[in-house]
Ligand binder design. Sequence first.
Ligand code: ADP
Ligand code: MG
Length: 728
Amino acid sequence: MSTLRFHAIKESLTRKPVRIEENERRSSIFGSNVFNEDTMRQFLTKEAFSSVMDAVQNGTKIDRVVADHISTGMKEWAISKGATHYTHWFQPLTGATAEKHDAFFEPIGNGRAIEKFGGGQLVQQEPDASSFPNGGIRNTFEARGYTAWDPTSPAFIYGTTLCIPTVFVSYTGEALDYKTPLLRALQAVDHAAVDVCKYFDKNVKKVNASLGWEQEYFLIDSSLVASRPDLVLTGRTLLGHSPAKGQQLDDHYFGTIPNRAMQYMRDLETECMLLGIPVKTRHNEVAPNQFELAPVYDEANLAVDHNSLLMDVMDKVAERHNFKVLFHEKPFAGVNGSGKHNNWSLSTDTGVNLLGPGKTPMSNLQFLTFFINTIKAVNDNEELLRAAIASASNDHRLGANEAPPAIISVFIGEQLTNVLNELEHVTNGKLSPEEKTDLKLNVVGKIPEILLDNTDRNRTSPFAFTGNKFEFRAVGSKANCANAMTVLNTIMANQLIEFKAEVDALIKKKDLKKDEAVFNILREYIKKSKNILFEGNGYGEAWEKEAKKRGLSNNKTTPEALKAKISDKTIKMFEQLGVMNKVEAEARYEIEMEEYVLRIQIEGRVLGDIARNHVVPTAVRYQNILIENVKGLKEIYGNDFKKYAQEQMQLIEDISKHIELINSNVTKMTNERKKANGIDDIEKKANAYCFKVKSIFDDIRYSCDKLELLVDDELWPLTKYRELLFTK
Ligand code: ADP
Ligand code: MG
């Protein structure tokens, strides 16, 4: 009997839900571990407080003397909440968050000690950066980078540690993390959008990008996960036959949340409340043991931090409930994968959502301006958007066996499609008074505040307009949203700058009124962006063919997709907007390509090991039992034995066939891996891993999965899909 598997199953079956008591109202504990506005008022001097607020709202620098005041207040607050340590919390390009804890405690001689935390320690730190990826920006022997306080994301206490959100940059100033380019992109879109807003409302001084992510994940019993080396080492199952019952019945999606999972969620949500993460929605997802969690949207930088923090917290809380969270985009073949929808919009400091239709024709013209500019931005940069969400794990969703596809398109719904069709026929140049009135009354003025057809959403679209926001659905569940948000806000900033220049030129050269010029430019944008608009089913060959005709990219693998990150066009745009320079863009490309190679390399090794050292020996063992059986039958029945041993003999042959295939394919894969490892050029290497190494995975898996069906269940060493997915 295969001990580990059955031990794990037995353990998972004895689990009881860990009861969670919620004694306090969520609203009263919300943000109580965050150094937020209320707390700052309490613990900071007036000067220190307004200095932080100024930094948050206007990006002004904080004076060193003031920083000392702030750090003192922060420390007092943290100690009053039981914190003993502080850390600069940041998001290096490894995907996980990083922290190094230092104690407030400091000896001052004579056997005495105090708690100390100065402005210098708040503002800047130097972590040992040599172990973080840098894409060749720093040589390891001069591995100096520093973290710097980001006051726009409030400090928080997790456990007994005061965590200070920071950016991570090299001493030469290049970004080494996710946050730095994001902050630059947010600033770029702020400036560009404010300039455009001025056409409609002179009072607008700041535009914030908002992000509301929806985190999908699997929750699997920790013993069961521990019994699967592939899940432990790669985050996904590299083999496993699909269960007799999958998600066909939709009974999980519409069913109640299982009790153990429910207790986990309540526990998690309490932690989120303390940390000021405004989680609001929880529900089952399509696949068994798959769930979703979503907060109320927030300013994009804060929302990105919250999502990174959330993923850490989810892991930690899961331990208490004997669960393991799977963030991988496709942990189980043939079962729905996980994504992280990024709901995105822009809003002004005057309280207007620029992607929400308004009450008056003028506010609707503003809405249409931002709406159509977004479509144009996506149209012109679809390949870069695809690159922003590329990863080895997300490749299993995009362009593989699941919607959304690797082709980026925009869904806007029937009503807005009609509006665009009308606007496309606006007269070139000056508009007659009748036409203007007609436009205002019958086109722009007729956009209802609530867009009805958005309840009937197209779930296969990677980028859909959903009433008052765009929903970027192709983002991976495991990804840091910063990648997608940096690109989306950058291309929007770029587009808005172009729009402003074109409108101004028309006003000046052709002597058009402002709204005439706006209508004229929008008309041209609609014409130019037709290829990206797609209302149909985005999943399948028909759309692939159609998309090809339209000239849209369809990069199914990460090595192909990532190229767009270092195209001349991209680098020029990033540089012009100050989001990333060439060195930074190229370093990131390098890091992501290397990460891709490493992931596939690890998967290859693990698969080879499981196939050869777990599956094949098990198959041989079972085959021996069959051989014994056949021998016995021969002993009893003599020459007649075949009559009774036919099935067993067929099985013996089938097993041999698959063992042979596994061995030859693993050998082939290992050889290809060795060849790939010898390649220096990262692009060629990634391609070799993608097209020569990874391509053999399916063949190995096929034989292993066949053997799973042939071999006695009692002998099978690997916990099966039905056990992983249906143990609650
Ligand atoms: P679903 O896509 O599952 O139907 P909802 O449409 O209710 O879910 O919202 C999903 C997410 O979108 C939530 O996190 C929500 O806060 C966020 N959201 C709602 N309005 C906006 C907005 N204007 N900008 C950004 N995100 C938003
Ligand atoms: Mg959604």
